[in-house]
Each structure stands twice: as structure tokens, then as C-alpha cells.
Design a protein around this ligand. Structure first.
Ligand code: ADP
Ligand code: ZN
Length: 523
């Protein structure tokens, strides 16, 4: 079939009208044409679908696409039909006659791609249908979209995905492609294992989204006004993510009252209202959607111009996914994260409520990475890409830290004072106690432990508590002191702390603007 086109570029042009492949696509498609099992990891909007769609068109038989979301199926099938490509979907929204007529069309060989929900795929009737289809028309491949749903380590575990391994046993010769935008090593290994991929070629595309501008704003006490100002400086459609349904409702309402065209979206709304709001957003009837994280997976709106996280995301992976819904058309778009210590404490509290110790540990570690991103002073893009195991050299010039670097000051002496106070308190106290001792506080707790007698008592009076806190947080984030958080937080020295004592290591910290303003009391 491919020979008919001379080269893959011609086939691409013929079926999809595109002139060239995006990075990685051609190589993947070649592997797919050689019937290899594949694991394809590409950021959202990277062009994953084409990697199984084009091979499906060039090979004989039908490609069965497993997709978790009904809304997504409809979109993808519509897009294919628009290009004159035979495609259909089978799911629970269809009545029996409709299903029957679609199955007949598939068996006639008119269809190259069939989208199926995982729960349908594994019922006996459907498996029998697949057997029959394989005999009559042939199966060219299984494409498992959003494959991270198979992993409990991913952000969207779906137990029914676990059953997909059966396909591997039943059709060992039919190649299987797993696709996802989730790239952590653990999830990757899990996908291979859980789906039973055979000696798969793993493709990891670059996760850089150069058209996205990343910024973090210190969330002020008047955070709503801050949001309103932000939005007033933006153009085009936007998504505002909030943690709670209540917040979603409140913010959407206040925006409407302030003359901003916005609608809410969260899992507690009636299905039809939620669906209407989503459609209105996609069709540009409404400019802004205020949503919980329930919104977004599989939403195909390429021209979202900005995404604001009004509350702190749970982990960096989710942040990358959610903010990545901006600018899928490749045009410039903005991603802003509003960060406050208050929000951080709230999330920490939620994690503390978890019963399972392992979940707590994972939760804390993930939150920590978010904080490192939010408080980091280096290029935001390099922080995100490092998280995905990809190096980004130098400055991107398209994030707040690159565009407006914060002034850095040498605080080595202050760090020595701080750390020696940690040492004198025998590494058994948390940050606020250390600061109390440094600033010579008269609090009972200080006297109770005899810490008013320490040589470090009162040596830090020249700095405010907020400044000491800034230093302390920075030391923690730079890894120069450890903070244990089992139960209550305790500061412990590590090898870097000792290097600082010995003057072998300098401590530089970025001076946050908020320290000189009132917003610093947020903690
Ligand atoms: P993903 O599934 O990775 O999130 P999609 O497969 O939906 O991304 O692709 C995102 C967009 O990019 C779609 O609109 C798609 O048509 C477009 N696209 C994919 N490959 C190409 C290409 N080679 N040239 C131009 N546009 C492409
Ligand atoms: Zn940068």
C-alpha cells in the first residue's frame, strides 16, 4: 500500500493534508509499519494520534483504538471522517440497531479505525466479533490511547484498563501501540508490564512546549483581584483551575459580576449543564471556563490562550498536563500558577489525613516538587523538563525567571547563623522555633528548653521573621538542610550544611519581592 505513495510524506499529504511530519512521527510510523509493539510518549498536542492513524490507513485490516472517554472518541472519529477516512466508534451511547449496522460496515472492510471503550472491548460478544473480524478483514493493530490509565502510579488509573492484557494473549501476533503523555519511568515500566507489550520500542518525544510562557505569581491576600487583573491582561480563551467545587462556583460567579464571560465546570454539576458549558467553551460562546481538574482530559480546543492555576496543583505532572492545554495550536500562550504558603499548608493537611503511609509519602514528595517549581529561581522550563528526565540547557527566555530574574544575594553568614542554631537546638525543632531563638523571642517554649541560654539566642535580631523564613525555605529547597515531616516538621543538618559551616559552600538566595510588601504574611 505504501508503494502507492512512494514515500510517507505523500501519504501524509494525501490523507491528512499536512506537508511534513512532526518530530518523531515518521520514525514511529516506520516502526509501526514493521509490526513492532510500541510505547509512544509524547506531550499533549504532540501529534500522537497520527502515529497509529497513518499506519492503520497503510496496512490491511482494521486498527482497534481503545480510548477511555466517549467525548474524545466522537471528536477523533469526526475529524477522521472530515478527512474522508473510514472510521467509527462503538460505545454505550449507541442503540442496538446502530451498533449492528456499524459492525456490519466494519465487517465489509470499509472501516480502517474503530474506537472502543475498554469495558466494551472485553465483553464476550465483542471478543467474538473481533475473532470474526480478524478472520474476515484482519486486525492491523491495537492502539491503546491514554495508556497511563493502566498504571496505579499514573494520574488517572482505570481498573478496566488492567483487563487489556487479555488482548495480548488472545491475539499475540497483532501489534500493540500504547500511547500516553505521562512520562515518569515508573508509569512507563508499568504500561509495558500491564499491557504485556512484547519487546517494545519506546519513543519519548521532547516535552518542551516552547510556545508556552510559564510564570508563578505569589498569591496575595486579595487573590481574586489579582486573578481579575491577570485575566484583563490576557487575550482569547482561558481555563482557570481551582481545587474545590465551591471555589469554582464562587470565582465563576464573581467573574460574571465583573463583566468577564465565564462559566463553571466541576464533577458536582448536572451532566447536561456541565456538557453544555464545555461545548460553549469549545465553540467560543464563552471565553473562560473555571474548572476543577475534572475538566480537560481529551478536550480538543487548540486555541486556549491561557491557563491559570488559582490553587496549587497536587503534583508537577498534573501541572504540566493541565497547563499544557494552553496553546496546542503552537501559537504563544500563557501558563500562570498562583502560589501561597496557605495553599501549601492546606494540601499538606489533606495529605496528613490519608491513612496509607505510602500514599502520604508519595503525596509529600510530589507536593515538594511543586514547591520546588513554584519557589525555584532558575528557568521554569528547565525545572519541568528535569522532572520528566529531560535536560534543558541554559535559559529559555520564555518564563518569568528568565525574563525577570530575581535579584540574588549572598546570605552565607545568615545561613551559618541559622544552621548553627539548628545544631545548638540538637536538630529536634522546626523552623518557627529556630527563628524564635535566632530573634531572641521571649516565648515560653524557648525558655522551657533553656534555649534562651544558647549562644545563638538573639543573634538574628537584625532580620525579620519573614526574612529568616525565606532563608530557611530556600535552604530546604536547595537541599542544604533537611526537613523531616513525619508528624511535625523538624530541621536536620546534612553534608551540605557542614560544607556551609566550613565556608566551603556559598549560599545565594533570590530575594522575593513580596518580602518588602504586605503579602509576605501569607504563611
Ligand atoms: P495528542 O493526541 O498527542 O495530544 P493529537 O494527535 O490530537 O495530539 O494532535 C494534536 C494536533 O496536531 C491535531 O490537531 C493534529 O491534527 C495536529 N497534527 C498532528 N500531526 C501533525 C503534522 N504532522 N502536521 C500538522 N499538524 C499535525
Ligand atoms: Zn526560562
Amino acid at each position: 500500500m505504501i508503494s502507492q505513495f512512494n514515500c510517507l510524506e505523500n501519504a501524509l499529504k494525501y490523507f491528512f493534508g499536512y506537508d511534513q511530519f512532526r518530530s518523531g512521527q515518521k520514525q514511529i510510523i516506520n516502526e509501526a509499519l514493521n509490526d513492532k509493539d510500541l510505547l509512544i510518549i509524547m506531550p499533549t498536542g504532540g501529534g500522537k494520534s497520527l502515529c497509529f492513524q497513518l499506519p492503520a490507513l497503510l496496512k490491511s485490516g482494521v486498527c482497534v483504538v481503545v480510548s477511555p472517554l466517549i467525548a474524545l472518541m466522537q471528536d477523533q472519529v469526526d475529524a477522521l471522517l472530515d478527512n474522508g477516512i473510514g472510521a467509527t466508534f462503538l460505545n454505550s451511547t449507541l442503540n442496538r440497531e446502530e451498533l449492528q449496522s456499524r459492525e456490519n460496515a466494519i465487517l465489509k472492510g470499509k472501516i480502517k479505525l474503530v474506537y472502543v471503550a475498554p469495558e466494551r472491548l472485553l465483553n464476550d460478544n465483542f471478543l467474538n466479533f473481533l475473532d470474526f473480524l480478524k478472520q474476515k478483514v484482519g486486525l492491523s493493530a491495537f492502539a491503546i490511547d491514554e495508556a497511563h490509565c493502566v498504571s496505579a502510579w499514573g494520574h488517572d488509573f482505570r481498573p478496566e484498563y488492567r483487563q487489556l492484557k487479555q488482548l495480548r494473549f488472545r491475539y499475540p501476533k497483532v501489534p500493540m501501540f500504547a500511547l500516553t503523555a505521562t512520562a515518569t519511568k515508573r508509569v512507563r515500566a508499568d504500561i509495558i508490564e500491564q499491557l504485556g507489550l512484547q519487546n517494545p520500542t519506546v519513543h519519548v518525544a521532547s516535552f518542551d512546549r516552547p510556545n508556552l510562557y510559564y510564570e508563578v505569581q505569589q498569591k496575595s491576600r486579595r487573590s481574586y483581584t489579582q486573578l481579575l487583573n491577570y485575566i484583563r491582561n490576557q487575550e482569547g480563551s482561558g481555563i482557570i483551575y481551582c481545587l474545590s467545587r465551591k471555589n469554582v462556583e464562587t470565582i465563576a460567579l464573581r467573574l460574571q459580576q465583573d463583566g468577564i464571560d465565564a462559566l463553571p465546570y466541576h464533577a458536582g454539576m448536572y451532566d447536561d449543564e456541565r456538557a453544555t458549558n464545555q461545548t460553549r467553551f469549545i465553540r467560543d460562546d464563552v471565553r473562560i471556563i473555571v474548572a476543577t481538574i475534572a475538566f480537560g482530559m481529551g478536550i480538543n480546543k487548540p486555541d486556549v490562550r491561557f491557563v491559570v492555576h488559582y490553587d496549587l496543583p497536587r503534583n508537577l505532572e498534573s501541572y504540566y498536563q493541565e497547563s499544557g492545554r494552553a496553546g496546542r495550536d503552537g501559537e504563544p500562550a500563557n501558563c500562570a500558577l498562583f502560589f501561597s504558603f496557605g495553599d501549601l499548608k492546606r494540601l499538606e493537611y489533606l495529605i496528613d489525613q490519608k491513612i496509607d503511609e505510602k500514599e502520604q509519602r508519595v503525596g509529600r514528595q510530589q507536593l515538594r516538587q511543586v514547591v520546588d517549581y513554584a519557589e525555584g529561581t532558575e528557568c521554569r522550563r528547565s525545572i519541568v523538563l528535569r522532572y520528566f528526565g529531560q535536560q534543558y540547557k541554559g535559559k529559555c527566555d520564555n518564563c518569568d525567571n528568565c525574563k525577570h530574574p530575581k535579584p540574588v544575594e549572598d546570605w552565607t553568614i545568615e545561613a551559618q547563623k541559622f544552621l548553627s542554631c539548628v545544631a545548638r537546638c540538637q536538630e529536634r525543632f522546626g523552623m518557627s522555633h529556630i527563628i524564635d531563638v535566632l530573634r531572641g523571642s521571649k516565648k515560653k517554649k524557648v525558655e522551657k528548653y533553656g534555649h534562651h541560654l544558647l549562644s545563638t539566642y538573639g543573634i538574628g535580631k537584625d532580620k525579620s521573621a519573614a526574612e529568616w523564613k525565606m532563608l530557611g525555605r530556600s535552604l530546604i529547597h536547595q537541599g542544604f538542610v533537611n526537613e523531616t515531616t513525619d508528624g511535625f516538621s523538624v530541621l536536620k543538618l546534612n553534608k551540605y550544611s557542614w560544607e556551609i559551616f566550613r565556608n566551603e559552600r556559598k549560599v545565594e538566595i533570590a530575594i522575593a519581592k513580596s518580602l518588602t510588601s504586605k503579602a509576605s504574611n501569607d504563611y
